[in-house]
Design a protein around this ligand. Sequence first.
Ligand SMILES: [Zn+2]
Ligand SMILES: [Zn+2]
Length: 99
Amino acid sequence: MNPSNYREQALKILPWICARCAREFDGKRVRELTVHHKDGNHDHNPPDGSNWELLCIYCHENEHARVEDAKSGSEPESRGKTATHRPLEGLAELLKKKG
Ligand SMILES: [Zn+2]
Ligand SMILES: [Zn+2]
């Protein structure tokens, strides 16, 4: 299958409904319906549509914004810096008082 045809194929086998907001699309408005790849791999296009989800352009944008948020929220480097700095500072204070 030509990889650039996956949208056509998805529209053929999936109902023209946004999987998030459940808006229905028909005729020209189907242009606002986009193919989202569930596993994020645009080269993974099983012909049975198991990796596809039809999302309207708004929900599609949200979907990807959400993924970006999750990524930056769990970034280990920036978190580790703020998390380890304070406890060590407190420990030094404790040791000072003790000794
Ligand atoms: Zn939607
Ligand atoms: Zn997507």
